[in-house]
Write a protein that binds this ligand. Structure first.
Ligand code: AMO
Length: 458
């Protein structure tokens, strides 16, 4: 047999390039069937959303998997079907309808396969009293509830964010890398690292590709990765996952952390533009407000944030002198930045050295602080980043000060021994940026199969 490679794409008229009056053949899953006196509607689910097909009793015919003619009420939700019909103009109000200016007048429907349970999950009826019960039901049945147009839209936006991230960085001279997730040392420190047995030896699941992306800078100058990261967070919150997708960036030959922050702002600009262009349907369906990112993004030191909030009476408590941002401060400074600077994003810089990972470069002007930053979006931290130490001796000194054993990090330190440029980078949590973009309260809704302290299946 010889395979014809030109056949991988449908040719001629398809549902995505048709006009009123065209005959089309379109396959999809039946999302809903409504029977009327004169015929009815088949709502077909396609990759971007719903398509309406109109049935007329006199002219529409239906066939089962064996080619036997059946009645319209022989069709049911979640059957895989191929519909042939004529395209007509329509004005469909349902926001889940991706095809909202056309419909198909059905000539034939052929069933390709059918569900084997009569109790197919009804995506239209995903309405429960409280949010927690609804989310539990959705996650317990995620393999099917993902087919609901709202969840499809969330993950479509997420995939567009990841694609825009990769495209922007590739266009700006970054090389995509793939680094191991089974590692010998946790990169971020702390206790939230998953241990696992590796042929009798204790190893860890990577909390971040931090070491490897820095190593990548010694090779390619500019690198990025899109990959899972693992955090053994014991608390079950709306902002934490135990496995999340980390959008990692690392770049060499920087003059300071401002270069990294500027790159991130430009990257976010590209991501927002791409989502607006490519996901108009999803944004409308989810009722999302496009994030505002001005040409000049506010960036304040941590101490300045405490001050601003205190002086303007924007927080209940006085947080001046604290080592980190309190959640109420994250929300308050974002509200302030939006009102005063029209920005849904705020950079916060110069976190205390003792609260940042060892690889963060200390500020030469005040070594108790680091040249590091967080980026807040709409009240939530979506990024950490900063300038890194690039001299082996400085690493050793900081590790010893922290009671770490440099011998455990030999391969990492070897990189700096062999020469490294000044460099820095950042990581964006994909689920968090998606949730903030779309105004979704729980990041788990932005994970295809969320992992939390109570859930490893489906
Ligand atoms: P950090 O630990 O702050 O930094 O993580 C970076 C970003 O990853 C996301 N994130 C999470 N998302 C969901 N659930 C979690 N449990 C979780 N933990 C982190 C957040 C966070 O801002 N190596 C550094 C980055 C760097 O400096 O380049 C790091 O991993 O959006």
């Amino acid at each position: 047999m010889l395979l014809d490679l030109t056949q991988h794409k449908p040719s001629g008229v398809t549902i995505d390039n048709c006009q009123a009056g065209d005959m089309v053949t379109v396959s999809g899953m039946i999302h809903n069937v409504r029977v009327t006196k004169w015929g009815g509607f088949i709502i077909l689910r396609k990759s971007r959303g719903l398509l309406q097909a109109v049935v007329q009793n006199e002219t529409s015919k239906f066939f089962d998997e064996s080619g036997n003619e059946i009645a319209l009420n022989g069709l049911c939700r979640e059957m895989a079907v191929t519909i042939e019909g004529t395209v007509g103009e329509a004005k469909i109000k349902d926001p889940a309808a991706f095809y909202n200016t056309i419909e198909v007048a059905v000539s034939t429907v052929r069933v390709l396969s059918r569900p084997t349970t009569p109790e197919v999950v009804d995506m239209n009826a995903l309405k429960f009293g409280d949010e927690e019960t609804l989310l539990r039901y959705k996650f317990d049945n995620r393999q099917v509830t993902l087919r609901n147009p709202r969840d499809m839209a969330i993950l479509k936006v997420q995939s567009t964010i990841a694609k825009a991230f990769a495209d922007f960085l590739t266009e700006n001279g970054f090389t995509q890398i793939y680094t191991p997730k089974i590692v010998s040392e946790g990169a971020e420190g702390g206790a939230n690292v998953f241990k696992m047995d590796y042929f009798g030896k204790q190893v860890y699941l990577a909390q971040s590709p931090q070491f490897y992306k820095q190593i990548g800078v010694g090779v390619y100058e500019r690198v990025f990765e899109i990959a899972p990261a693992y955090r053994a967070e014991k608390h079950n919150t709306s902002r934490h996952l135990n496995e999340y997708i980390s959008l990692d960036v690392e770049m060499g030959f920087i003059k300071g952390q401002e270069d990294v922050m500027t790159l991130e702002a430009a990257l976010l600009h590209a991501i927002i533009s791409r989502v607006v262009t490519d996901c108009a349907h999803e944004l409308a369906l989810l009722n999302a407000t496009v994030p505002q990112l001005p040409q000049q993004v506010p960036a304040w030191k941590l101490s300045e944030v405490h001050e601003i909030l205190f002086e303007n009476h924007l927080c209940e408590e006085d947080h001046r002198g604290e080592d980190d941002l309190a959640p109420e401060e994250e929300r308050a400074i974002c509200k302030y930045a939006l009102e005063q600077f029209g920005s849904d994003f705020v950079f916060v810089t110069h976190f205390p050295s003792q609260h940042r990972a060892f690889y963060a470069m200390d500020d030469p002007e005040d070594p108790s602080l680091t040249l590091s930053f967080d980026l807040l979006m709409r009240g939530l931290e979506i990024t950490s980043g900063g300038q890194r130490i690039h001299k082996e001796a400085d690493y050793r000194e900081k590790m010893l000060k922290r009671g770490m054993n440099p011998d455990n990090f030999r391969f990492y330190l070897d990189t700096f021994k062999n020469g490294m440029p000044p460099h820095g980078g950042f990581a964006i949590g994909l689920e968090r940026i998606t949730a903030c973009f779309l105004g979704i309260n729980n990041v788990k809704e932005c994970s295809m199969f969320p992992r939390d302290i109570n859930r490893v299946a489906p």
